[in-house]
Ligand binder design. Structure first.
Ligand code: NAD
Ligand code: IPM
Ligand code: MN
Length: 328
């Protein structure tokens, strides 16, 4: 049984995944690749074929490249549905999205398997189209606890993000977070409205430690946070439930505009792999070694998104060269 299941997906997904698998090889960690996303729609008519799902269930960690692209837009079956289904199947409700840069070190804790993405949606007879945002108290409570617990291991500052001045689900969110806060007296809790928090991340990103929020807000603000720390090429993520396996994927998408050009920055993928090593495989030493090698490659061998000229492969070469594999 391979320890890691890799789902390369579409666009630059397979390009950045290759660099992750080279690191797995260097570490002597077994892995297996499976079809997913648009690539799976083309061959198997489903974005998440049953054999792929079964392989994911038996792995210690699942690595995802990216899914989607113009060729599947407007179709009955879409690549993104595979990702949304996989997250639910593995019950990974807590999506950690760190953004680290000059004077910035924050983590967005995004609720991942509720809200607008999973509520009822459709079209009514009169032509109106709807998506529904639904949350239950236990769903809010478990993700809020993740936020408090993570803050506790860092600078003990938590911002809960909502739109409680308008949305009913946000009022539930704020109530539940406020109710459990006394259990974490060491954590300084503040509430913020999503629009002003978005502005504040752009203007003063250094002031944040941990932010916790519902699914859609987390999708948007994690791209904003990536943007203020150097761009989407840099951001990795870990999606965790209460048991393994977790899903580890970059924040970016399939980037059709640069797919096939060798310009993709594999840092987001490699940082996701570092999180998989730590949270999925219990290999914190290897995770630190990989992070250090990626930081070294960012200095010596930057890709075009960072103003450099290195290709995806050259960046990967620099990471492998800088890897000091610790003795286990
Ligand atoms: P995107 O994240 O793919 O790209 C946004 C911009 O960032 C593009 O200009 C792209 O070139 C750049 N970029 C992204 N990753 C980069 C990297 N590693 N190195 C250098 N530059 C990078 O977002 P999009 O263009 O809005 O979406 C494209 C497709 O990806 C859509 O089909 C969308 O649904 C899908 N998507 C998938 C995921 C996922 O699989 N997790 C996430 C986001 C979007
Ligand atoms: C992300 C992506 C996905 C999301 C899409 C592709 C379903 O944008 O992981 O940020 O919205 O969760
Ligand atoms: Mn997104």
């Amino acid at each position: 049984m391979p320890r890691v299941v890799c789902l390369p997906g579409d666009g630059i997904g397979p390009e950045v995944m290759v660099e992750a698998t080279r690191v797995l090889q260097a570490f002597g960690i077994s892995f297996e690749e499976h079809p997913f996303g648009g690539a799976a729609i083309d061959g198997w008519r489903k974005p998440l074929p049953p054999t792929t799902l079964e392989a994911c269930r038996s792995a210690e960690a699942v690595l995802v490249g990216a899914v989607g692209g113009p060729q599947w837009e407007g179709g009955q079956v879409r690549p993104e549905q595979g990702l949304i289904q996989l997250r639910k199947e593995l019950d990974v409700y807590a999506n950690l999205r760190p953004a680290v840069g000059e004077g910035v070190d924050l983590v967005i804790v995004r609720e991942l398997i509720g809200g607008l993405y999973y509520g009822g949606s459709g079209e009514l007879a009169d032509g109106r189209v709807f998506d529904t945002c639904v949350y239950t108290r236990p769903e809010v409570e478990r993700i809020a606890r993740r936020g408090f617990e993570l803050a506790r291991t860092r600078r003990s500052k938590l911002i809960s993000v909502d739109k409680s001045n308008v949305l009913e689900t946000s009022r539930l969110w704020r109530r539940v977070v406020t109710e459990i806060a006394p259990e974490y007296p060491d954590v300084e809790l503040k509430h913020g409205l999503v629009d002003s928090v978005a502005m504040w991340i752009v203007m003063h990103p250094g002031e944040f430690d941990v932010l916790v929020m519902e699914n859609t807000f987390g999708d948007i603000l994690s791209d904003v946070a990536a943007g203020v720390t150097g761009g989407l090429g840099l951001a990795g993520s870990a999606s965790l439930g209460d048991s393994r396996p977790g899903i580890f994927e970059p924040v970016h998408g399939s980037a059709p505009d640069i797919a096939g050009t060798g310009k993709a920055n594999p840092t987001g993928m490699l940082r996701s792999l570092a999180m998989a090593l730590e949270h999925g495989l219990g290999e914190a030493g290897l995770a630190r070694a990989l992070e250090a090698a990626v930081d070294a490659a960012l200095e010596t061998t930057p890709t075009p998104d960072l103003g450099g000229t290195a290709t995806t492969r050259e960046f990967g070469d620099a990471v492998i060269a800088a890897l000091e594999v610790p003795v286990r």
